[in-house]
Unconditional design. Sequence first.
Length: 552
Amino acid sequence: MQEQDGAADADAGGTSDRTDNADRTGGRTGGADSGSFSRRSVLKTGAMAAGGLVFGTGVASANTDSIPSRLRDEFDRVINVVDAGADDSGSESINDVLDSLRRREELQNGTLLYFPPGRYYMDRKFRMTGFEHFGMYGNDATIVPADYYDNEDDQHKLFRLGVSYNPGKRLVVENFTVDQTADITGVRSFEAAVSDRLEVRDVDVVGRHDSGAWGPARFVLTDSDGTGLVERFTARGGGAYTPNAPHDKLWRGPSGLICNTYNEGQMTFRDCELGGFPDNGLYVAGSNGQIRVEGGTYKNSNGANVRLGGPDSYVVGADVVVDKRWSETSSQRGIRVEKSNNITVKNNRVRIATDTPNSHGLSIQSDVDRVWVQDTSIVMDSPTFNHAVCVAPRAGDVTFYKTDVELNTPGGSAFYIEGEGTDDEHAMLAQVDITGDAGHKWNRAAIYNQRDNVEFRVVSVDQIGGEKRRALENFGDNCMVYMCEFRTPWYPFIDTASGTWVEENSFAPTTDMEGVRLTDTTDGVYLKRNVIGNGIRDEGCSGLRTLENTIE
């Protein structure tokens, strides 16, 4: 069973306590706040006999001064969990105290749980559903999960706040560290299903997730008008594969951050950071709502480091790095887009520097209707065969604009574009630069195109590392090659298709090979005003037309 499917199954009724009941803010929020205290109400925390809760107006106790004024103004009351009886030394579980607080009606409507500095041990999940307005804020607060075998309910989750069939409405979680540095303490720290608004900020999961159970977090919006923000959520330590961990219920192991099944709203992931997870890093495909990935660093996950889907979704300004291979790894893609339409991939930096095969920089799947890629840099330093960009057959309209690829591999293509017949939709490479010391093993062309109706406009290829390296091999009909500069040792341009329009290009072989090669399947190619080194190799093409070409 895959991790993401298991999360959805649990939502559908896999718990025993089923009836229990984004704005831009930079920087961490753990320091003292200089703003005024809430004008709506002020809470002074009381003794445990009063449940840690006092209503009314007055002066805030000193131990709530670290709460930002925007949160104090937003919530009707604050409960200090230590004053309510929670142990802050990490010695005793706080779950009984949290469950007692949950049964108070006021907790579900306008209450912020405040965690003062300390360590808070949890040995089972805290589950609350159907709430109106709830929040949690930590001030140098560290959550310490029990190890795998001491987890009492065998759920291996800490906070489950709303489920798909009974979501919360408004949720805020800020400023927590989850310490899973001890052996087999990896858990799902936060799982939330919210209908209206979700805000999660500054959560640091430290240590490697070595239990094999659910990954650090899963967030969904159950209403199409809902909005969510997950900002500065980090889990740099990654996770272990299921065969190397006690949990045996997942396919490969945990994913890092998940927002897929049941998500209907607009979810933003901003400046998050994930290490290597066995079943995808940021898994945000399969959503019915828009997914927005803004910035962040994603490293060394299996499957894909960013797996994106959902209508009008985008990934902008992210750093994706694969420079470590595990023995269990079968593929480590950079960015994968799927199951959606109108996807934007912009201003990202992707580097693949591992010997894992099938680890392409960017993969565009066949179930994507439209993709726009711009100002993105892909560097392939892999010592094995890997493509930089793969476009699957039947993918919709695809455009690459001002995108750079550096390919330092023994073989493979900067762009490997598959196609299936004359109904292929439009695709374009415009102002694209391809460089690097790529060799000539396996796929020898910088651009290998099988798709019809592709335009190559102002594309530069400069690759001389392999003696049989070529720039463009075109098998697609009705394509255009316009104002391109191709410099390779072996036939910079090879065409085997029909209806290709080739105008104002420079084809410069670095050997005595011809600049253009036409085969006996080439039909109706038009060569116009090109500069062609060493002439044209014609192997029996039909319908060739030429105009004002220069042979050098």
